[in-house]
Design a binder for this molecule. Structure first.
Ligand code: B3K
Ligand code: ZN
Length: 889
């Protein structure tokens, strides 16, 4: 435990700073082992605050000198401690000069300025700038930045910062400099600097108003052949933002730098995005379809931040979802427009329901606009991002596309160049629509997932159909009594022959001519909606398109679900109905096993799978998703007390039985689609769809360890000319632990590594596939892989591939009842606590769920959590998660 406990920061305590920083001039003098940073800050008093004291944030910095208005200050003229630098008795305007020395090569936290292979680069969001120099490191301080960088020309030929290049020149002793100016005001979290030996690929985008923008992607020499897809995605995103939101880019150059060591996906620094290599490099030989889609989405996401985040930014970090929720909504719509809308929705909802709902159900549950935090880095969560995006989606659905666009136009014009709040965003939406958002705001303020339970009754005589809605939401630390949410429920009623016309007193569908669907607004703890003129007992199709992030319960029978699959035109609902069917089946199998009996395969499920496999006219990606059983994580999320073994047993049994029973169908499907393998590769929706269904079929074919399935996999493994097919086959081989398969398995492991050992991102797959084998020996394999020549225990991507995948995606092994994996994870967290607190804290996630397991596992997890908590110098990041987790009742 720490000597003094880290303190909580509260939203209610927000106040403006005593000074603004009008201009920021930075000079970086890069030397071999250190960098000297000199800053000149033009300070101007904020007259709304009556205080002549200025506190500048600063981390562990070596302070070389301070001068005020040209006068050197000695140490008695200011106060400096490990939190920052304080000056008192200041006047209205000053020029403050500060010089610090920093050591990027020693910075393993990857926050501030650090070294990654051949370059120095920065990550400043949220509070990394304070590791570079003393500054008002808060997003409401927006300044005009000028940056000069000087370094050795051999080791650092490329010197980059935000905005436009102003000047470059040669210096003595083989050194050179480049200076940059960013005309747009920005908070320091958007500052970026890159220096190193980099190559680049250029492209061009002409904006709607006819301006040419140079697009430049910097990578290491060896990766020059993996740039074009990201550049194409960037151009698509730029055109989309012009068309859909009327937003143009605002500088002459847009730069992206690919970096190997990066804590998350990418960072939207103004004009100089920095990307994890995993989110920007792509070519078919080394990149899977899912990764292509991720590159497209992340490139777009960071680009969209140029308006939703940079031009209009957050007043404080409690408003993080203002930029993240809105930008995720924007990138999701972009991806939907680029590929398959339904598949994108299904993927997003699956993520939300398995991981965000779990977050909402655990000790780290927080509101989308939290009211307190200890370490902001812990709040880059699925709740802020994904639930935040769902809230924006609800606003979009309630307003309709046109009014929403009016709202976003007003938001961008009114708040351009400002740091604002979530309330400001909702206010424009209210203004353009005339809607009162008071109740809606609870989505931002109240934590946890609302539960919506629906029951129905049909009155044949009156020809009325009544739906009764009851909503509730669990108690969380910040709020005991949850007030009812406004829940938009998109609904259709399905008769035997199809959709019924809807007639509810006082309700008309304003957004569409279609009278077979309605957006109900459920706004009370309990309420009943009565449909008139209903001439047969219908099946309700509820939450179409997943119209609200709630846990819905309705007692659907198998027939009901089949009717939804047959008549619902909303692809999401059709997929969801198959999932419900599968969930019910898995529950039934669990119950049979529990009663000591042997389950048998439900013939109706077999029939369903057969008809799905026969119906290949629809979106094949969606079909592949329909043929995928709910994963163990989602099944765990649905259990009150998670029974890891029962989940694993039932799910594996069902998957294997389906594989055996439908082998001819899967084989026919595989063979038909495999014939397309010789066609030129394209990461477009059709290509992705074909491969995803083909590889789903291969997965089933190889599951029973039969020679047929495994030889098909081996054939595909060797013949594949793209990573999607190669990896799917590799996984099928490696995941089959049958003794007969040992030689084939080992051969595949060696040959994949030998082929790809120089491609770091592909080697990450090699680690992940091994970490996700569902076998008792996997933990030992993971430990052994730590010592592998390709593993780097400080590289976040490597850690995620091995530790992250083992602890999060291999649920059954991670929760082995000997507690070995818990101890292994705790050791890792303790090792990383100092080196990289953000990654350490992220890795804690699976342990935060300890209360949901049986007594034995709870005790084992608790023991490890307490061991972590006892560490004397715990980082704020780990402290916050571990203390909230142990306080969980
Ligand atoms: N804004 C960054 C995330 C920064 C995370 C800081 N720990 C990436 C993004 O959401 O676009
Ligand atoms: Zn973002």
């Amino acid at each position: 435990m720490q000597n003094s406990e880290p303190q909580k920061i509260y939203l209610k305590d927000y106040c403006q700073p005593s000074y603004w920083i009008v201009k920021t001039d930075l000079n970086f003098d890069i030397q071999d082992t250190y960098v000297d940073v000199s800053s000149k800050l033009q300070l101007r008093k904020n007259h709304t605050v009556n205080n002549d004291r200025l506190f500048l944030h600063g981390g562990e910095l070596e302070l070389l000198g301070v001068a005020l208005d040209g006068q050197h200050l000695d140490e008695t003229a200011y106060h400096c401690d490990k939190e920052g630098l304080t000056l008192s008795g200041l006047a209205n305007e000053h020029l403050l000069e500060i010089t610090t020395r920093i050591y990027p090569a020693k910075n393993t936290s990857l926050e501030g300025l650090y070294q990654s292979r051949l370059m120095l680069c920065t990550q400043c969001e949220a509070e990394g700038f304070r590791n570079i120099t003393y500054y008002l490191d808060r997003p409401d301080v927006m300044s005009e930045f000028s940056v000069r960088i000087e370094a050795d020309k051999q080791t650092c030929p490329v010197l980059l910062s935000n905005g436009n290049e102003l000047e470059r020149g040669e210096l003595e002793a083989g050194r050179h400099f480049v200076s940059w100016h960013d005309p747009h005001l920005k908070p320091c979290y958007l500052f970026a600097l890159v220096a190193g030996r980099l190559s680049y690929v250029d492209d061009l985008f002409t904006t709607n108003s006819g301006r040419d923008v140079l697009l430049r992607l910097f990578v290491e020499d060896k990766d020059l052949d993996k740039c074009q897809y990201a550049l194409d995605s960037l151009k698509n995103a730029m055109a989309w933002d012009e068309r859909v939101y009327g937003r143009e880019y605002d500088l002459d150059i847009y730069m992206i730098v690919a970096v190997d060591d990066f804590n998350m996906g990418a960072m939207e620094n103004k004009g100089l995005n920095i990307f994890n290599t995993s989110c920007v490099l792509a070519k078919k030989e080394t990149t899977t379809d899912a990764e292509f889609q991720r590159v497209e989405a992340v490139v777009a996401h960071e680009y969209f931040h140029n308006w939703s985040g940079n031009r209009v930014t957050c007043r404080d970090w409690f408003q993080l979802s203002l930029k993240e929720g809105f930008t995720v909504f924007r990138d999701a719509e972009f991806s939907a427009d680029m590929g398959s809308r339904t598949v994108k929705r299904v993927e997003d909802v699956s993520l939300l329901r398995s991981l965000q709902f779990a977050e909402d159900g655990g000790p780290m549950a927080h509101a989308v606009q939290p009211d307190s935090f200890i370490e902001i880095s812990n709040f880059y969560t699925l709740t802020i991002y994904e639930k935040g995006a769902e809230i924006v989606r609800m606003i979009y659905n309630l307003l309709g596309a046109e009014k929403f666009r009016l709202g976003s136009d007003l938001y961008f014009s009114r708040h351009d160049g400002q740091a604002v709040t979530i309330e400001d965003f909702v206010a424009v939406m209210s203004e353009v629509s005339g809607r009162d958002f008071t109740q809606f705001m609870r989505w931002y303020k109240q934590a946890a997932t609302p539960e919506l339970s629906v029951s129905a009754s049909y009155d044949e005589q009156q020809r009325t159909y009544s739906l009764n809605f009851k909503q509730s939401c669990r108690v969380t630390a910040e709020c005991e009594y949850k007030k009812p949410f406004l829940i938009p429920v998109d609904i259709s009623l399905l008769g035997e022959a199809g959709k019924l016309a809807l007639n509810v007193d006082g309700l008309t569908n304003t957004e569409s001519e279609d009278n077979t669907k309605l957006m109900l607004e459920i706004d009370q703890a309990e309420q009943t909606i009565v449909f008139n003129d209903v001439c047969e007992q219908p099946v309700p199709s509820l939450l179409r398109g997943f119209s609200a992030p709630v846990k819905l319960s309705f007692a659907y029978s198998e027939d009901d679900l089949l009717r939804i699959m047959a008549h619902e035109d909303d692809g999401f609902c059709r997929w969801d109905a198959t999932q419900q069917f599968l969930l019910q089946e898995i529950n039934a199998i669990r119950a049979t096993f529990k009663a000591g009996n042997k389950p048998s395969l439900n013939p109706r499920l077999l029939e369903l799978y057969t008809s799905l496999l026969a119906d290949q006219d629809q979106d094949l990606s969606l079909l592949a998703l329909m043929l995928t059983l709910p994963n163990e994580k989602y099944l765990a999320e649905l259990d009150t007390q998670v029974d890891v073994d029962a989940i694993h047993q039932a799910r594996s049994w069902l998957e294997l039985e389906l594989a055996k029973a439908l082998q001819p169908e899967f084989l026919a499907c595989y063979q038909r689609l495999n014939e397309l393998a010789h066609e030129p590769y394209s990461a477009d929706a059709q290509g992705v769809a074909n491969r995803s269904l083909k590889n789903k079929a291969l997965h089933y074919l190889a599951l029973d360890g039969s020679t047929l399935g495994l030889s098909l996999a081996e054939e595909q493994f060797h013949a594949a000319s793209n990573m999607t097919d190669e990896l799917a086959a590799f996984r099928a081989i490696v995941h089959c632990m049958e003794v007969d398969n040992t030689t084939r398995r080992e051969r595949a492991l060696v040959s994949f590594y030998e082929k790809w050992k120089d491609e770091a991102l592909v080697v990450n797959h090699w680690f992940s596939v091994q970490a996700s084998v569902a076998a008792a020996s996997t933990l030992d394999d993971v430990k052994a892989l730590f010592k592998h020549e390709a593993f780097d225990s400080l590289n976040p991507n490597k850690l995620r591939s091995l530790v992250g995948v083992f602890c999060n995606a291999n649920t059954w092994c991670f929760h082995a009842k000997n507690g070995e994996a818990y101890r292994f994870l705790a050791d890792e967290i303790l090792r990383l606590n100092k080196a990289n607190p953000q990654i350490a804290s992220r890795l804690l996630t699976p342990l935060t769920q300890w209360r949901r397991y049986d007594g034995v596992r709870q005790a084992l997890m608790k023991e490890q959590l307490e061991r972590i908590q006892a560490e004397p110098s715990l980082s704020k990041d780990v402290f916050e998660v571990v203390s909230k987790t142990l306080a969980d009742k």
